[in-house]
Design a protein. Structure first.
Length: 94
């Protein structure tokens, strides 16, 4: 994965509109069945080549809702994010 939307998501939709690669789906299309928005790990590029930081996180009104996650199958990822930040699930934007 690249970024993950946590269970404090309020389902406002701000992140979906900002994702340049359409990697985010709403709670109705979440493959895990959870009632939160979901980021497809094999599509998320952490906005590399699109924005200075992940646009989903900068548009999200809920502080700490979107966190860093393991790189996994992500086609692109930010080189400046450490493994520690990812394993600690640090907020993308604070």
């Amino acid at each position: 994965m690249a970024v993950v939307i946590t269970d404090i998501c309020i389902n406002c939709g701000a992140c979906i509109d900002e994702c340049p690669v359409e990697a985010i789906v709403d709670d109705e299309d979440n493959p895990t069945g959870e009632e939160i928005y979901y980021v497809y790990e094999d599509q998320c590029v952490e906005c590399v080549g699109h924005h200075d930081e992940p646009a989903c996180a900068t548009s999200c009104p809920t502080e700490g809702c979107i966190t860093w996650d393991a790189i996994g199958e992500s086609p692109e990822h930010r080189e400046d994010i450490t493994d520690e930040q990812r394993s600690n699930k640090e907020a993308v934007v604070e």
